[in-house]
Design a protein around this ligand. Structure first.
Ligand SMILES: Nc1ncnc2c1ncn2[C@@H]1O[C@H](COP(=O)(O)OP(=O)(O)O)[C@@H](O)[C@H]1O
Ligand SMILES: [Mg+2]
Length: 386
């Protein structure tokens, strides 16, 4: 519970700042970077519509998207080892962002030291904030060429997709989800200690309560998202029938506490809890076959984009909050026509969008009303006149 109430509290407090200006979408208006990958010192003001980053391979385009993602998640989408992200031979990296949304402004800072593992997060100059506070402020969707694991990777990627939505839609989700993971870990440790079931039962009752709650939220959210996903798929993949199903991780309508008791001896023999919300999946099929068997890479990319756009759109409709879209290597795998479709859907989302490309010609289809182009060259980034 502590986490969520802290988040809400921080959010409320920050939200009561006096108005300085008025913009209708949530946007990162300025970003200062120190020693993040090959970006030694960067200070940029962004458009709250489209921001294009153009430059050669290895110039620093993905690194800039990675720094934005890091500011919103406290982790990278590329490396799990944070020390690799700090610029070679430097003791730390620092990110500082200014966020604007309607009448509010937040100043957020994140620092990571090479020596100590802790991440220091500041919001409006105050210490003691958590990464989840930043994540609440900055809903983001990332689309990268590696992002196809959402479709052809394991269920963990799709659970993370659903849980991202619940984190932003359901204020009590984060605490329930953390509690569930803690109890599962404890249970798995206990299974290896040769306890008999009576010793576990009391934990299992609590675990089952959280499992049912989290699964109900996931199922409802998956269902709510279905319409939005189907709408986008009809536009992006009109020739293919995409079907969607949610699996909660154990047999539908079966009481989870009873199942845990029933499976105890098997779980003990294997050494971990085999069924449960930790096995949930959000499954996609194309023409009733596994998507990765039917769709080309370009079509998989479009489906992945459709999922991420639909999720952003749903957040907008339900919570009146805009996502920030980070799109790495926009042009890869997509023909002219498909680029056009994706560009149009992004324009309609009216969100702040960051797009990387190797040459400006790859961005021809975008043509947004409001945009800023940046030239990225060996770790320096400069705005170009439009
Ligand atoms: N920790 C680091 N310190 C300094 N440079 C790094 C670090 N990690 C990666 N790089 C370099 O940063 C450069 C930029 O990479 P990247 O942002 O992926 O380029 P782009 O997306 O423009 O092709 C690469 O040349 C890479 O070798
Ligand atoms: Mg790149």
């Amino acid at each position: 519970m502590r986490n969520t109430s802290l988040c809400r509290c921080a959010y409320k407090k920050l939200g009561s700042k006096p108005p300085h200006f008025l913009i209708d979408v949530m946007a990162i208006s300025r970003l200062i970077i120190e020693n993040f990958r090959n970006l030694a010192a960067v200070d940029l003001e962004f458009d709250h519509g489209f921001n294009f980053l153009v430059g050669d391979n290895g110039s620093g385009k993905t690194s800039l998207l990675e720094s934005l993602f890091y500011l919103g998640h406290g982790r990278s989408f590329k490396s799990t080892v944070t020390t690799r992200i700090i610029r070679y031979d430097q003791p730390h990296f620092i990110l500082h962002g200014q966020i604007r949304e309607q009448r509010h402004q937040w100043s957020v800072g994140l620092q990571k030291l090479r020596k100590e593992g802790n991440t220091i997060v500041k919001i409006n100059g105050e210490d003691g904030n958590k990464i989840s506070d930043l994540a609440h402020l900055l809903p983001m969707q990332i689309i990268t060429p590696d992002g196809l694991n959402l479709l052809n990777g394991g269920p963990a990627y799709r659970r993370a997709f659903l849980d991202w939505g619940l984190f932003h839609h359901q204020p009590e989700f984060h605490a329930a989800w953390s509690g569930l993971n803690r109890l599962l870990k404890q249970r798995n440790a206990a299974l290896q200690q040769n306890y008999d079931y009576a010793a576990l039962k009391i934990w299992d009752m609590e675990l089952a309560k959280l499992a049912h709650q989290v699964s109900r939220w996931r199922a409802d959210y998956a269902e709510a998202l279905r319409t939005e996903i189907e709408k986008t798929c009809r536009l992006f993949l009109p020739e293919t029938e995409i079907s969607i199903g949610f699996y909660q991780g154990w047999e539908k309508d079966r009481d989870y506490a009873q199942l845990l008791e029933h499976n105890f001896e098997r779980d003990k023999a294997i050494g971990y809890t085999v069924s449960g919300p930790q096995k949930a999946d959000f499954r996609f099929r194309a023409n009733n076959l596994p998507v990765e068997d039917v769709l080309s890479r370009g079509q998989l990319k479009l489906l992945m984009c459709a999922l991420r756009l639909a999720q952003g759109e749903h957040l907008m409709q339900q919570k009146n909050r805009h996502c920030i879209f980070l799109i790495d290597d926009f042009a890869s795998e997509l023909d002219e026509n498909k680029r056009q479709l994706l560009a149009e859907r992004l324009r309609n989302s009216q969100s702040q969008v960051f797009v990387t490309a190797i040459t400006p010609s790859h961005l021809r289809q975008m043509q947004p009303e409001k945009s800023q182009i940046f030239k990225v060259d060996k770790g320096t980034i400069k705005p170009l006149e439009n």
